[in-house]
Design a protein around this ligand. Structure first.
Ligand code: SAH
Length: 496
């Protein structure tokens, strides 16, 4: 038995091959409560965002010419754990498949530091799947072998202990090569020397499962001659002749779309874009901040919620801010609830408040049309919303005979996107605007030069703001939802 030194656990977590959806539930859970995340250079940025904002993120990725010694990583893990911190060691794919996870676990064991291994979806399996190549297939292959193509004579890997390429050729079945770009000519020759025909189909997948995925189909004899950059997963065998391509056929595959949104609201749009194959480049132009009075007015309004006839929400932010202050599920009393926009309505139902009124179109004018006349003189409406917003709604409700309390629920501030994000945004294919304030915010933060050629807006008000600022709007969503917005983009790229 090893005696356990004081300190926390180090979690060796598999991050999967790139698509953030391929992280395990356990991995997400651990990231969400990590104190320290030790990651490699290529760790998917959206996975790092799953860790608390306060968590320390340490990049130990190897860079060309700047190798990070394994010894250093091992010591770092031990040191952080001994400091009493929850450490997530995030590793690409599966930590125990060519990830040196075994070496890190050994070092932790030696140091008496507790560890847990959270397997990941290895690129050896996931990347062929995303390229539409089944590793086994009835009649074609009943086994697969995962090997490193980076053999150094006398230094482990396939050269000593492993079966060797000639034996692998004789064994039959599918061969999956990781780290196999630079020495592909050598092992292709050895596989042929071992008896594998030069006509054997080969699939090379660069950046598999990511929006940049690129698949090259060739044969064993030609493998050395195809253009190929690392990282790539190379599949050799009869199954590589199958083409069940699906990922690269998604309607927005390969398109880079800028999402100009408050951080807090981006996930739905980013997810919708990814599902259709687009790469979402998030540029946070607006940050949601405390109201000017620190929330005093909102707290006061919540204290007398049941005295209102209606509470009208125009944003998910307002819902979240208000609901967070509600002390008792019955606080609403008989007050009815209206919501503009599906995001707002979804935030309400998420809080188990079913809106009584959601106008068909998601603009203030549509709510005013659908809003009932006051039941009695002096009927009151609470309108919790951003510090700066249009006056159409309160003016219209007052004109209809309501007493309206406009309460500042949150404030929007200018975001500070990193320069690299702005540079990438400028080179993107399209931008998706979800509100007038994201249009003005983006132009302030990023400038005209960073507006890609295709501009899509969630609705007519947003589009009008974009046009006022001299942008040419290529598409306006209808319905004015995240899905509608992604549909609109798809139509633009599909062409007439
Ligand atoms: N532990 C990792 C493998 C680490 S070795 C895993 O289980 O996936 C690194 C190699 O994995 C790369 O050289 C490449 O061959 C492969 N690889 C990792 N991510 C990849 C990706 N997104 N697309 C293609 N190959 C990938």
């Amino acid at each position: 038995m090893y005696s356990q030194a004081a300190g926390m656990t180090v979690y060796l977590v598999g991050a999967g091959p790139g698509d953030p959806g391929l992280l395990t539930v356990r991995g997400a859970e651990l990231l969400a409560r990590a104190d320290v995340v030790v990651h490699d250079r290529l760790a998917e940025a959206s996975l790092l965002e799953l860790a608390p904002a306060t968590a320390e993120r340490i990049d130990v990725g190897k860079r060309p010419g700047l190798p990070v010694a394994q010894q250093y990583v091992n010591e770092l893990l031990v040191e952080k754990a001994r400091a009493g911190l929850e450490v997530v060691r995030l590793k690409g794919g599966d930590p125990f498949v060519f990830g040196r996870g075994g070496e890190e676990a050994l070092a932790l064991l030696d140091a008496g530091v507790a560890f847990e291994v959270v397997p990941g979806v290895t690129s050896a399996v996931a990347v062929p799947a995303y390229a539409g190549v089944p590793l086994t297939h009835r009649g074609l292959s009943t086994s697969f072998t995962v090997v490193t193509g980076h053999g150094r004579r006398g230094e482990g890997d396939v050269e000593d202990g492993g079966p060797g390429w000639e034996a692998l050729a004789a064994a039959g079945g599918t061969i999956v090569v990781l780290m196999g770009v630079s020495q592909r000519g050598e092992y292709a020759a050895r596989l042929q020397a071992g008896g594998l025909p030069g006509t054997t189909p080969v699939v090379c997948v660069h950046w598999g499962t990511r929006p940049q995925q690129h698949t090259v189909r060739t044969t064993l004899a030609e493998l050395a001659r195809v253009d190929l950059e690392p990282p790539a997963t190379i599949v050799i065998g009869q199954v590589a002749g199958l083409d069940l391509s699906w990922f690269e056929r998604r309607p927005l595959f390969g398109r880079r779309v800028v999402v100009a949104r408050p951080r807090e609201q981006a996930p739905a749009l980013v997810r919708a874009l990814r599902v259709r194959g687009a790469e979402a480049l998030e540029v946070p132009v607006i940050a949601i901040a405390e109201p000017h009075d620190g929330g005093a007015a909102l707290r006061a309004a919540v204290g007398e919620l049941s005295t209102y006839d209606w509470v009208v929400f125009t944003s998910a932010n307002a819902v979240e801010r208000l609901v967070a202050l509600v002390p008792d599920a019955r606080s609403f009393g008989a007050a009815r609830i209206a919501a503009i926009g599906t995001g707002t309505a979804a935030a309400l139902t998420g809080a188990r408040l079913v809106p009584d009124l959601v106008p068909e179109r998601f603009v203030a004018e549509s709510l005013l049309e659908a809003f009932p006349r006051p039941a009695a003189p002096g009927a009151r409406v609470l309108l919790p919303r951003a510090a700066v917003a249009r006056d159409v709604l309160p003016d219209g409700l007052r004109a209809a005979g309501y007493e309206v309390d406009v309460v500042e629920a949150y404030r929007t501030e200018r975001g500070q996107p990193p320069p690299a994000a702005l540079a990438a945004a400028g080179a993107a294919d399209a931008i998706a605007f979800t509100s007038s304030s994201t249009v003005t915010g983006y132009l302030e933060v990023a400038g005209r030069e960073a507006v890609p050629p295709v501009v899509a807006c969630i609705g007519p008000v947003t589009a009008a703001t974009a046009r006022e600022h001299g942008l040419e709007v290529s598409a306006v969503a209808d319905p004015h939802t995240v899905e509608g917005l992604v549909d609109a983009l798809e139509r633009v790229f599909k062409g007439p």
